[in-house]
Ligand binder design. Structure first.
Ligand SMILES: Nc1nc2c(c(=O)[nH]1)N[C@H]1C(S)=C(S)[C@@H](COP(=O)(O)OP(=O)(O)OC[C@H]3O[C@@H](n4cnc5c(=O)[nH]c(N)nc54)[C@H](O)[C@@H]3O)O[C@H]1N2
Ligand SMILES: Nc1nc2c(c(=O)[nH]1)N[C@H]1C(S)=C(S)[C@@H](COP(=O)(O)OP(=O)(O)OC[C@H]3O[C@@H](n4cnc5c(=O)[nH]c(N)nc54)[C@H](O)[C@@H]3O)O[C@H]1N2
Ligand SMILES: [Mo]
Length: 811
């Protein structure tokens, strides 16, 4: 989230699109209720299903799954054509005036530089701003230059007419225009819309671009940086935000630092490539301090073994030979027999990963599988023949499965990071049962044994293991407190003020925040964005002061938010260029008080930079502005374009009917074997989507009797029109199949899913919740992911769980 849960109470309009917060985030949803009750906010829901969020909305519009870029692109066109943009905001705070390089182009559905053989854009050199002789990006404040971002944006989305968008999305035009009109009202400087989204946007091959497109709408309206505004990703597991913060993706390091590529063997070049100089005069370009964060991380990991002489142990970091070893890639390699051992720590891929048949075959090719989990999972039992639900030949599977029971959060101390970036400390509530051990205990044990083996037997490249700095009171099980302090960071030598020479932080003391980090090895910090969460004053995450002095829900004394206890990101943008809030009464967040920036939140800005200096609010980009034009950062192009799901019910992209390369995302993550497994609308005519229910949490709660009682058995939702066409009555058993397999379930026949008219034909949706399987107390059932395709977004590699094709028959 750019903002946070309790800030939603400040919204004037709430758009839930690509999520179902009432169902999946029922606690957070209370802030929507607050906004409606106390701020007269309106709620709009755009979703293929009339879901639980829609049931309390002021306006609901149906949409065909996978087509939100068309909807939002049409909205961008509408805002531009009807002059419903926040002019002063976009001119000053976004890249609309910047000029793009000559040669940049978009034709027939593809951006400049496409390589069909490699299915991607290896050459993105024209996807950038034009740089002048002084090293700064060129601009045209009049917005009239034909290659300025404003003109390119306008031209790109002029194709997204209401007629075309409606025919792609299946949203009736009158409803669509009602949504657009309501959204457009928030272009007034004091009016703010928030966007709440989750998997309905992320789980598509164009997921990242859907989210970008939503952010572009918010920028045009001036809604980013404002209280009650922002782009709010409703996260999944209680600590999934913490997972990405800590860099637990194969191409990341903690704090969104990135692993080097194999082309980056040189340390200085690695840093230079990540620490950009400002691209416009007087801008901050905060990533220019990358090396401070990086060196402090290396000091946290390797301690005295990271030295200036060995480039802070740069050679010990893995160098990626491909964009990343994401889970799709790893399971594909496993399937191809290229991996023989796998640790499944808090992961149940048989249930949660696409194309169960492929995942199952992949696990069968392992020598060993280690499952670290507090519960019995389908993955730990993938080899068990559970009849029709898991029809495998047990005798043919040779994989050895080790099951290591772990504790769960309630049996440990620690912090969870919520969607709003708050780190909230929690305390152990009970002792673990039986032989269960903490994950830290198990991993520490593995580390010590590996280290002993390297010491006694040697081996290829022992340095990173032997060089690790393991300085904990209990080496076998470091405590949550020690690890938290390490993430927050400390001084390794006395830190002195460069001007006065006075000692600011003594050696061994905790740091106050990332502003104190140094690139000379004198500080250690395990995750720079979390720096300040545990200071000399103690554990900031354990704070529980809910005082709200400004009545806006910015409770700065409750827990701790990254970065720097800041609650709303880019909050400088809540004030005019001259430093006064756009709305000084109800939306007062930060302001220039004559000598410095002050506010109801921690200013996201250089505190002493006066408005006259012209520093822009988006201090993380080199030019200081938010980007409509993503330069070369996205896999499929600088502007989001609508592409069809890989399994499309209409078989063509109405925007580019004549170019098969531009039918579905031309830069998606897709593997050769899986291409052959995509089904077509002739055989599988219905658009399917999968989702969750309040009554279950993934595959865990089917182990609990009460949850198993409330939702005992797998069902699928079918609209009344389709049910009557197929002769299916409520309660019938149906067989739902895709080109990868089938499941059987009880039919729920509903008014909540209605047929849509798309590209001149009728498209029916089938809704499939995902919580059942072949272990636990609920009725044994099929795995929903038997049906889903093994294909992902080209940027995040998130699988396309939300749009694929199925057929439905009476079982
Ligand atoms: N009770 C409960 N709560 C949970 C979870 C749980 O298992 N149980 N899981 C947690 C996790 S890990 C996560 S990630 C979150 C997920 O939270 P959500 O994303 O809100 O959950 P989903 O139910 O997967 O999907 C949300 C909605 O997306 C819609 N949708 C599908 N395709 C499209 C599309 O193309 N466009 C649009 N606009 N909408 C579409 C679906 O119809 C559905 O209503 O929930 C978390 N909360
Ligand atoms: N078709 C379809 N598939 C989906 C989705 C969808 O919407 N549609 N949603 C996707 C999403 S958003 C997600 S997040 C994934 C979830 O996918 P997974 O992460 O695989 O699923 P979970 O069941 O949430 O968690 C895995 C295991 O973690 C264990 N666990 C809990 N606490 C601990 C702990 O402290 N330590 C250890 N070691 N284990 C622990 C749980 O018991 C559980 O068995 O599913 C994805 N799959
Ligand atoms: Mo999730």
């Amino acid at each position: 989230m750019t903002n946070h849960w309790s800030d939603i109470q400040n919204a004037d309009l709430i758009l839930i699109m690509g999520g179902n917060a009432a169902e999946a985030h029922p606690c957070g949803f209370k802030w929507v209720t607050e906004a409606k009750a106390h701020n007269k906010a309106r709620l709009i829901v755009v979703d293929p299903r009339f879901n639980r969020s829609a049931s309390v909305a002021d306006l609901y519009a149906p949409i065909r799954t996978g087509t939100d870029i068309a909807f939002l692109g049409g909205l961008i066109n509408y805002l531009l054509e009807n002059d419903k943009i926040q002019h002063e905001y976009v001119r000053n705070y976004t890249d609309l005036p910047l000029i793009v390089r000559e040669g940049f182009g978009f034709e027939n559905g593809l951006f400049d530089g496409y390589d069909a053989e490699r299915r991607g854009y290896p050459d993105k050199s024209t996807w950038n701003y034009e740089i002048g002789p002084d090293g700064y990006a060129l601009t045209d404040p009049t917005l009239s230059h034909p290659r300025c971002v404003y003109q390119l944006l306008r031209a790109h989305y002029s194709r997204y007419t209401p007629e075309l968008v409606s025919s792609i999305c299946g949203t009736p035009q009158d409803l669509m225009l009602k949504v657009w009109e309501a959204v457009a009202e928030t272009s007034a400087p004091g009016k703010v819309m928030t966007i709440m989204y989750a998997l309905g946007w992320t789980q598509h091959t164009v997921g990242s671009q859907m989210i970008r497109c939503g952010a572009m709408v918010q920028l045009l309206l001036g809604n980013i940086g404002m209280p009650g505004g922002g782009m709010n990703a409703l996260r999944g597991h209680s600590n999934i935000q913490g997972l990405t913060d800590l860099g637990l993706l194969s191409n990341l390091l903690p704090g969104y630092l990135t692993l080097p590529r194999d082309t980056e063997q040189d340390y200085a070049a690695y840093i230079a490539g990540r620490a950009p100089r400002p691209l416009r005069p007087n801008q901050l370009s905060y990533w220019q301090y990358y090396e401070r964060f990086h060196v402090s991380l290396m000091k946290a990991w390797f301690g005295p073994n990271a030295t200036v002489e060995n480039n802070w142990a740069y050679d010990w970091l893995p160098k990626l030979d491909i964009p990343g070893y994401d889970v799709l890639k790893v399971f594909d390699m496993m399937y191809e027999g290229q991996i023989n051992g796998y640790f499944c720590q808090g992961f149940n891929p048989i249930g949660s990963f696409p194309n169960k048949a492929k995942v199952s075959a992949a696990l069968s090719r392992l020598k060993y599988l280690v499952v670290m989990d507090p519960l019995q999972t389908e993955t730990a039992e993938f080899w068990r023949n559970a009849g029709e639900h898991n029809d495998v030949d047990t005798a043919a599977i040779q994989t050895t499965v080790f099951r290591l029971p772990t504790t769960c959060f309630a049996e440990e101390n620690g912090a969870l990071v919520n969607s709003g970036r708050w780190l909230q400390w929690h305390w152990q509530a009970g002792d673990p049962p039986g032989l269960a051990r903490t994950d830290v205990h198990i991993m520490a044990g593995l580390y010590h044994r590996l280290r002993e083996l390297y010491l006694s037997e040697g081996g290829v490249f022992p340095d990173p293991i032997l060089g690790l700095h393991w300085n904990y009171a209990r080496p076998d099980e470091p405590s949550a407190e020690e690890i938290a302090m390490e993430y927050s960071g400390k001084a390794l030598t006395n830190l002195t003020d460069p001007n006065t020479g006075a000692v600011e932080v003594r050696a061994g003391e905790q740091l106050a925040g990332f502003g104190q980090l140094r690139a000379d090895g004198s500080t250690a910090c395990g995750c720079w964005i979390w720096s300040g969460s545990w200071t000399q004053q103690g554990n900031q995450m354990a704070r529980r002061d809910n005082a709200d002095p400004f009545g806006m829900g910015q409770t700065l004394g409750w827990a701790w938010a990254w970065p720097a206890n800041r609650r709303i990101l880019y909050n400088r943008a809540s004030a005019r260029p001259d430093g006064h809030p756009w709305d000084p009464v109800k939306k007062r967040l930060v302001w220039w008080n004559g000598t410095r920036w002050a506010g109801t939140d921690v200013p996201d800005f250089k505190l002493d930079s006066p408005p006259e200096e012209g520093m822009s609010p988006f201090i993380m980009t080199p030019e200081g502005t938010a980007r409509f034009f993503a330069v070369d950062m996205m896999a499929e192009g600088p502007f989001p374009e609508h592409y069809e799901p890989f399994e499309t019910p209409i078989g063509r992209n109405p925007l580019h009917p004549d170019n098969p390369l531009a039918r579905s995302n031309p830069a998606a993550r897709v593997f050769k074997n899986d291409m052959e497994l995509f089904g077509t609308a002739e055989e599988f005519p219905y658009a399917a989507t999968t989702y969750r229910l309040t009554e279950h949490f993934h595959f865990w709660t089917k182990h609990c009797r009460l949850n198993a009682i409330t939702q005992p058995e797998q069902f699928v939702e079918i609209g009344e029109a389709l049910a009557s066409e197929l002769g299916i009555a409520a309660g019938d058993r149906v067989k739902v199949s895709s080109n990868r397999g089938y499941i059987k379930a009880v039919a729920v026949v509903t008014k909540r899913i209605r047929p849509l008219t798309v590209d001149g034909r009728t498209v029916h949706h089938v809704g499939i919740p995902l919580h059942w399987g072949f272990s636990g107390l609920a009725k044994n059932g099929f795995i929903t992911n038997t049906l889903t395709p093994f294909v992902g977004d080209g940027n995040t590699q998130t699988p396309e769980f939300k749009s694929f094709l199925v057929n439905v028959e009476k079982a």
